[in-house]
Design a protein around this ligand. Structure first.
Ligand code: 3HC
Length: 658
């Protein structure tokens, strides 16, 4: 027997402790237990120790903190390889003659899940999550995951998990056979009991199993569906091909195919771009001046204006558990707003996003009113009324008198100057912008606008709120359109220059859609409607620099009543929602060019893409110079999460830098 008190150190991040004749190996590499070189080396030594020490009959591997193992250390990608590699460690675990038990205490992702799959038994904490997020990094699992997972859970479940990158909870993992048990009491005690029951018996190696049968037609259907959603990305298709091959290839063949694919994709441009996005998201949470600022606690939140945007914001708040008071100008509007919110909640219930209990809890947290004074108990109020300075100013002045002096006032304006709005209140220090994107209950991006006089605590509170809603908050300074719409304006301007120079809307859209944008610019203009930009152009006309290049084709379209999809015609014609090229638009473009004496030339799609990305990046540079955006990667995140820029291109700043 091993001395019960023996503690062993295998590396700075891996320690061992004898619990009777079971060696408990604890991985402790904060913050998430990434499988760094040091962790791999420590685990390797621990396995060697277990093999050579006759007093050890079984091994339990577990993690310290919230993670079991969060996967390979992403920071090591692109650097020279350090032995032992993760696949080698995983092989060593499975090859052990003494049973190895994975006691999954928290998240087991990617390489973490692969370590668990190589163990001879898996038991998890009820709150654990297991998954293969590799495709989100543009790669495939590279330490046997594509071959071991299907051998445990069948090709269908494996294709779905590996192809989408979505993790499963412990209950689901147990249901599909990914883990053998969920701890009923203390995880470690249950894992030790499991170890005792397995010791001395031949070990069960996942690689030697035969994958449970999956219906091949269903597997192929699932692959087709996920491939369609992942348009343009290489990794999901490759990952699913590998997982599906487990039913036909030997383990060794599958593994070598996986390794070759992993290495090829790891060094691809898509993987580099997605790694950039991964770290960009973590960096965005580090905001200058807010490092040690405690956000205010929020319970009750008010939303003024319950139109499409306000109702979306309200639903997001209710989903996150807040008590909500929705305000509208009169009772019928308040009732209509309430119905709109309940309708979204009802759809969430129907689609299975929430259950009946959630629905009832959220509905019970909702109150609507046409009396502004009823917003008095709110800790924060978000206005989402019509984007008009007079309306918003009047509302803010009234709210300023109604709510507590320490409560926060947030505006959802897209274009107006929130500093000017704040200046109209008695407490400008508590005014911030929270710019949601429509539909606000779905879209992940929120621009948190740092108004000139806002206290760090007000900004931190808005930031923390957006995070609590599961959104991606990006801090922006004040300028017209903040980060997103400033870049989008530059994109629009360049798209119109291209039009005048010789490209047609459908050519520009096709080039950008092939590049990976969710929609080309002209299709987006039609979807959003052309009249708001038209009104702005008319407003700006008197002050416009007469020397600056100005394309008037959009004005001609608007004058002809072509206001976008809503009016059935814009840059395209729409019949039954289908976008169709309209010769009348081609004619109007030709006339405008002729009026300016421009001889159109053929423009290749590479030039279209280059100019449009270049225009976005140039505007981004201006925003950085003016300190509106804190870092280039914040701009990338805004365009990816709010404007359909493909994540696998890394965002306009990243793309332009390459
Ligand atoms: N490698 C290196 N660093 C990592 C990491 C990883 N796998 N996962 C997270 N980190 C870092 C983050 O960059 C961040 O660092 P910072 O504090 O310096 O900014 C820190 O850990 C905390 O991360 P989060 O802010 O994301 O912490 P959360 O608690 O919100 O989330 C998590 C934790 C769910 C584990 C989340 O970090 C996550 O999803 N991580 C990525 C998991 C992943 O993609 N794993 C697969 C890797 S690829 C692989 O395993 C290949 C294999 O098949 C061979």
């Amino acid at each position: 027997m091993v001395d019960v008190t023996t503690s062993l150190t295998f590396s700075d991040t891996v320690s061992g402790k004898a619990e009777g004749d079971v060696l408990v190996v604890t991985l402790n590499n904060p913050p998430v237990n990434a499988a760094s070189a040091e962790l791999r080396q420590g685990l390797w030594r621990a396995l060697d120790h277990a093999r050579s020490d006759n007093a050890v009959s079984a091994v339990v591997i577990t993690g310290a903190g919230k993670s079991f193992v969060a996967g390979a250390d992403i920071k090591e990608f692109g650097k020279p390889q350090v032995d032992p590699t993760l696949p080698a460690v995983v092989e060593k675990i499975e090859a052990s003659e003494k049973p190895v038990i994975a006691a999954i205490n928290g998240v087991a992702l990617g390489g973490g899940c692969e370590i668990a799959l190589a163990a001879h038994a898996r038991i998890a904490h009820s709150k654990a999550k297991l998954g293969f997020p590799e495709v989100k990094l543009g790669i495939v699992p590279g330490a046997g995951g594509t071959q071991r997972l299907p051998r445990l859970v069948g090709c269908l479940e494996a294709v779905e998990m590996i192809g989408t990158g979505k993790p499963v909870n412990a209950e689901k993992a147990f249901g599909i056979g990914l883990i053998g048990a969920i701890a009923k009491g203390d995880l470690l005690s249950d894992a030790l009991a499991l170890a005792q029951s397995l010791k001395g018996k031949p070990v069960l190696r996942t690689s030697e199993r035969i994958a449970p049968r999956s219906d091949q037609a269903t597997v192929q259907n699932t692959i087709a569906k996920i491939t369609l959603k992942a348009k343009g990305q290489m990794a999901p298709g490759e990952a699913m091909r590998l997982a599906a091959s487990a039913s036909t290839l030997s383990f060794t063949q599958g593994l070598s195919d996986e390794r070759e694919t992993f290495l090829r994709l790891r060094d691809s441009d898509q993987a580099k771009a997605l790694r950039h996005v991964f770290f960009a998201e973590r960096d965005a949470a580090k905001v200058d001046g807010l490092e040690h600022v405690e956000p205010l606690p929020l319970n009750k939140i008010g939303v003024c204006g319950l139109g499409l945007m306000g109702a979306g914001i309200a639903t997001a708040l209710l989903s996150a558990g807040y008590e909500l008071i929705g305000y509208e100008r009169d009772e019928p509007a308040a009732e209509a707003g309430k119905a709109r919110i309940l309708d979204i909640l009802g759809k969430n219930l129907k689609s299975g996003r929430i259950d009946q209990a959630d629905f009832e809890r959220q509905a019970a947290n909702l109150a609507t009113t046409a009396k502004l004074r009823e917003l008095a108990p709110c800790d924060l109020v978000i206005e989402a009324v019509f984007d008009d300075m007079t309306i918003k100013t009047e509302l803010f002045q009234k709210l300023d008198l109604v709510i507590r002096s320490d409560a926060i006032l947030a505006t959802n304006t897209s274009y107006l100057d929130p500093d000017a709005l704040a200046a109209e209140t008695a407490h400008p220090e508590r005014v911030i912008g929270l710019h949601f994107f429509s539909p606000a209950n779905i879209m992940r991006l929120v621009e948190v606008v740092r108004c000139a006089q806002a206290t760090p605590q007000a900004v931190a509170t808005g930031f923390a709120l957006a995070k609590k809603l599961g959104k991606l908050p990006i801090v922006t300074g004040v300028c017209e359109g903040f980060i997103g719409n400033s870049i989008f304006s530059a994109y629009r301007r360049e798209a119109e220059f291209l039009l005048e120079d010789g490209a047609l809307p459908q050519e520009i859209d096709a080039a950008m859609e092939d590049y990976g944008m969710a929609m080309g610019p002209f299709a987006v203009f039609d979807l959003a409607g052309l009249e708001i930009a038209w009104a702005r152009r008319k407003r700006e006309a008197p002050t416009r620099d007469p020397e600056a290049r100005y394309v008037d084709i959009a004005d001609r379209l608007c004058e002809a009543g072509r206001l976008g999809q809503k009016s059935g015609r814009g840059w395209y014609s729409y019949e039954a929602g289908k976008r169709t090229v309209d010769s009348a638009v081609t004619e109007m473009i030709a006339q405008s060019r002729a009026a300016k004496g421009i001889t159109p030339r053929a423009i290749a799609s590479e030039e279209i893409v280059k100019r449009l990305i270049g225009a976005m990046a140039d505007e981004g540079k201006t925003l950085l110079d003016k300190a509106i955006a804190a870092r280039a990667s914040d701009i990338d995140l805004v365009m990816i999460n709010g404007y359909g820029f493909p994540a696998y291109r890394g965002g306009p700043m990243f793309a332009a830098s390459r």
